[in-house]
Design a protein around this ligand. Structure first.
Ligand code: TRP
Length: 436
């Protein structure tokens, strides 16, 4: 087996992992699921899950990858055997690989929508748009299977090319330049929305917390999204952690990534809700929310053609840097079976492509993949990661691999990963099943 490459610089891990975390989950999914689940209380639970469950689990995942220095299946097996435990824990890696492929099967379809919106913005399809026009535009896209297939195919091809070349030069450098640009345009949009939309209403919608309106189901969705948005529970962060140089600090990197990811999701909300509320649109409109609202801003602001095109280009790139991290664990695993990287990537690409077709033709498949992965498989993966890091591996082993954080931080994390995270996940599930 070849030893995995490492990132070029110490902070390339931060960029790549942030590239993985920041994606469609932040700008497309978060505003629409928070909208469907009533806003404030949902967002409060989501933030709580990020803090109490997400960040500790992300630290565990990055640590396991860095310590195991291989794809998730091999890394877990190695660590488990080293501590005299069963090699059956490596199934955790297998679960993650399957989950990643299931996610890409709908994620890539949305990536394709984003690509289509690049073309639409560039050709001025929503100049002077009103809410009726932007709604009709999105509905037309959903109606046209051909357009969706073109976008989806292009998106998968881009993934195959980037992963085929290896992550080192492509992703690292792209994330470095494009992330700041994405944030900049998002800030412009927030400014536009504040001036032209209903910012007061949006703030109330996002931050007025009324827990009585919160269903058990909504709590599951909030927790599932905490996993989804941080890219944890399936091995993306683990495999990226495996490429970390020895001297990089897991703790500080993870905090930076989680902070960036959360800030971008909240900014997306502040860009979208004022326009939704100011234009008589529905926050609970579902997956079309971003595609129906942002064109309103771009269609009516000076330089909207350029801003709009740039924005959808950036979101496509953000989606791409996330999507490759969904595929990388599978590719790294196949590579270690001595299948060449290009061939592994192409095989996984074809599987993802076929699955994506199913999502295009059936919204039931799309919804099932989205729901089952985020709300069941990722929390399950996170639960097993927490048990493995907190209870299966020996404390000295874990401490050795998290040696750059202070003893106090380590102890806090250790309590979180042993108790807070697993119990939190179970409580949310029980609560959801009981329909509380
Ligand atoms: N976090 C990404 C987003 O928000 C999606 C993603 C990439 C992901 N890798 C993942 C989600 C691993 C879950 C697990 O768009």
């Amino acid at each position: 087996m070849t030893t995995p490459v490492t990132w070029t610089k110490r902070w390339t891990f931060i960029l790549a992992a942030a590239g993985s975390a920041v994606g469609l989950g932040n700008i497309w999914k978060f505003p629409y699921i928070a909208g469907e689940n009533g806003g404030g209380a949902f967002i409060a639970v989501y933030l709580l899950c990020i803090l109490a469950i997400g960040i500790p689990t992300m630290m565990a995942e990055a640590m396991l990858g860095k310590a195991g220095r291989a794809n998730p299946i091999v890394a877990i097996r190695k660590l488990s055997l080293n501590d005299g435990k069963s090699n059956a824990w490596s199934w955790l890696g297998g679960l993650g690989i399957v989950t990643g492929i299931m996610i890409i099967m709908f994620y890539s379809v949305v990536g394709g929508w984003a690509l289509d919106y690049v073309a639409q913005s560039a050709t001025g399809a929503y100049a002077n748009a009103n809410p009726e026009l932007t709604k009709a535009n999105f509905a037309a896209l959903l109606d046209s299977k051909t357009t969706q297939i073109i976008g989806h195919t292009l998106f998968i091809l881009l993934n195959v090319v980037v992963i085929g070349f290896g992550v080192r030069r492509g992703i690292g450098i792209a994330s470095e330049i494009l992330m700041p640009l994405l944030i900049l345009i998002l800030l412009v949009l927030v400014g536009y929305a504040a001036v032209n939309g209903d910012i007061q209403g949006a703030l109330a919608f996002m931050f007025n917390v009324d827990f009585s309106a919160l269903s058990g189901e909504a709590i599951i969705v909030a927790m599932g999204h905490a996993f989804f948005t941080l890219s944890i529970g399936m091995g993306s962060i683990m495999v990226y952690g495996a490429y970390m140089p020895e001297n990089a600090c897991v703790g500080r990197s993870v905090l930076t990534i989680a902070a960036m990811d959360t800030a971008i999701a909240l900014l997306a909300g502040l860009a979208i809700y004022p326009l939704v509320l100011g234009n008589g649109l529905e926050p609970g409109a579902g997956p079309g929310l971003m595609f129906e609202t942002l064109p309103l801003a771009f269609g009516n602001m000076p330089g909207g053609l350029i801003f709009g095109t740039a924005f959808f280009l950036l979101i496509s790139i953000a989606a791409l840097t996330s999507a490759i991290s969904l595929l990388e664990p599978a590719v790294a695993w196949m590579e270690q079976l001595c299948i060449k990287r290009w061939i592994s990537t192409s095989i996984i690409g074809v599987i993802a492509w076929v699955g994506g077709l199913a999502s295009i033709y059936s919204s039931d498949v799309f919804n099932f993949l989205d729901y089952a992965t985020a709300n069941i498989m990722l929390p399950l993966g996170g639960f097993i990661i927490a048990i493995f890091a907190g209870w299966v591996l020996r404390r000295v082993t874990v401490r050795k691999h998290l040696s750059s954080i202070s003893m106090t931080t380590f102890n806090t994390w250790y309590i979180a990963i042993r108790f807070l995270a697993p119990i939190g996940i179970i409580v949310v599930f029980i609560n959801g099943i009981l329909g509380a």
